[in-house]
Write a protein that binds this ligand. Structure first.
Ligand SMILES: C[S@@+](CC[C@H](N)C(=O)[O-])C[C@H]1O[C@@H](n2cnc3c(N)ncnc32)[C@H](O)[C@@H]1O
Length: 243
């Protein structure tokens, strides 16, 4: 199972389905309504692919640091694809909307990376432009359920791969986990990653410091307001003009 197969497995597991999946429906509607979109942590590019296929006629740009994911994104050539992290966003006032979806924001671990990423995304937006993203609410402690869950089974070229998660460490709001890919009980691959679970107060502090105001914050895809019991923190932040 090489990196290309992992990227293919990602698409086979998650896909992008705005009709069946409430999260995908939420993001696709926002993207289709925006004249220009920068998707940060675009992965395999599924959201922008769907937007173009649905008739989005404006500028669409995706950026992601993972070459194998980006290789799948590049199969669509009517969208700009850039290799890089959020901090590598070098655009200046060019986008009405920036997104970081499917919890890509949680890949930003240190305070410095959160701050520098928000600053780079902010510079890429026009004044009044929006940055929209979701992060899982730490109060729900979802990693506990991931570790307890049955492995998910995904069919790839006639082989049934199982994907499960081990939780290696929880320190503060950073969870270190290992994704285990196996076939018939034989482990093919172990990928360790970190995810940060910022709480709403911490998150909003970073956003304000980076020059954003919170326009909307929801706890679910049906636009239910955010509460302590929410499992998601879905944020639409607006770049405020400099004073
Ligand atoms: C869970 S995937 C989501 C991919 C895509 N947005 C989607 O909806 O399918 C998280 C993505 O974030 C990317 N990523 C990791 N660190 C990042 C960073 N510092 N800046 C931007 N993207 C990053 C990963 O390469 C990965 O493609």
């Amino acid at each position: 199972v090489d990196d290309a197969a992992v990227a293919e497995l990602y698409d086979a597991t998650f896909g992008w389905d705005p009709v069946a999946l409430p999260a995908d429906g939420f993001w696709s509607a926002l993207v289709l309504a925006a004249p220009s979109v920068l998707d940060v942590g675009c992965g395999t590019g599924a959201m922008l692919h769907a937007a173009r296929a649905a008739g989005h006629a404006g500028r669409l740009v995706g950026i992601d640091p993972d070459p194998a994911m980006l290789a799948r994104a590049r199969t669509r050539t009517d969208i700009e694809w850039v290799a890089g992290r959020a901090v590598d966003c070098r655009w200046q006032g060019e986008f009405a909307l920036a997104t970081m979806v499917s919890h890509a924001f949680q890949c930003l671990i240190t305070d410095d990376e959160v701050r520098d990423s928000l600053a780079a995304i902010g510079r890429s937006l026009v004044d009044g432009g929006r940055f929209a993203f979701e992060t899982r609410h730490p109060g729900a402690r979802p990693w506990e359920a991931w570790a307890a869950a049955e492995p998910s089974q995904v069919d790839l070229h006639g082989r049934t791969l199982s994907v499960s998660y081990e939780i290696d460490d929880v320190t503060g709001d950073v969870v270190t986990l290992t994704e285990v890919t196996a076939v018939g009980g034989e482990v093919l691959r172990r990928d360790q990653a970190e995810l940060r679970f910022l709480d709403p107060a911490g998150l909003n502090g970073f956003l304000r410091d980076a020059g954003f105001e919170i326009e909307d914050q929801f706890g679910d895809w049906d636009r239910t307001p955010l509460t302590d019991a929410s499992t998601e923190i879905i944020t639409i932040a607006r770049k405020t003009p400099p004073h």
